[in-house]
Write a protein of this length. Structure first.
Length: 241
């Protein structure tokens, strides 16, 4: 079991490394490139703009249908667009405000394309980003990477104890220590990551806050459970006699 836990801990460890070495830098680079992109030349044709891909092309769309369903967790805010020579299809949004909720089939709206995807839609003076638009919100990516790193550390620690003490590994068991720490890790990463996105604090604050919370919780639980585990393995007076 100890060897299995150590091997399984490699999965979140590698995933954590990929989050911080590939996913996060890719998102940051894509956002910076999007922010640096300039409007396509006035005389550029849709075909030329599509070939260059790095300029911002503004085109007119006709709304075919919309979906505004707050009861679903994902894919509940969409608009199907047509009528532009360079792109047609369905775009998703994170919420209905301020443009999607005002759209009805037949409306003519504007859309901004970048690298073959619709980044924003507009009606009149209102603009709304689609779900494909790059965002400067690395805090949740940090939260996911931090959770995976802590999960790897949890599995590695429990596995190492089982290898070292195969018959006396308490209190390093799933219940109550492992289960409690997993709940604390999940709640801390979500509870710090989401407000960090909303407030806009630096992303490094997420692991800087989450890791001490989990470490202190683990230490306190270990101090509380260690005497119980020791008492459970101590010989009874009858056995001593």
């Amino acid at each position: 079991m100890g060897v299995l836990l150590v091997l399984l801990s490699l999965v979140p460890a590698v995933s954590c490394w990929l989050v911080f070495s590939a996913w996060l830098p890719s998102d940051v680079e894509r956002y910076q490139e999007y922010r640096a992109a300039e409007p396509c030349p006035d005389r550029s044709t849709p075909e030329t703009a599509k070939a260059s891909a790095d300029c911002l092309l503004t085109v007119a769309f006709t709304v075919q249908r919309t979906k505004n369903d707050p009861g679903r967790r994902s894919g509940s805010y969409t608009a199907t667009l047509d009528g532009a020579p360079v792109w047609s299809g369905t775009v998703s949004f994170g919420d209905p405000d301020p443009v999607l909720e005002r759209l009805v089939p037949g409306d003519r709206i504007t859309g901004t394309l970048w690298r073959g995807e619709v980044m924003t839609v507009g009606k009149g003076e209102l603009r709304q980003n689609t779900s494909d638009a790059p965002r400067d919100e690395p805090q949740m990516t940090y939260a996911i990477g931090t959770f995976l790193g802590l999960l790897a550390a949890l599995g590695l620690g429990f596995g190492a104890v089982r290898i070292a003490r195969p018959h006396g590994h308490e209190p390093f068991t799933w219940r109550p220590l492992g289960k409690t720490l997993l709940i604390v890790m999940t709640a801390a990463c979500a509870g710090v990551g989401l407000p960090a996105v909303w407030i806009g604090v630096p992303s490094w604050i997420v692991p800087a806050v989450v890791v001490p919370i989990v470490a202190v919780t683990a230490w306190q639980l270990h101090r509380h459970l260690r005497p119980t585990a020791a008492g459970a393995h101590s010989p009874s007076p009858v056995e001593q006699a």
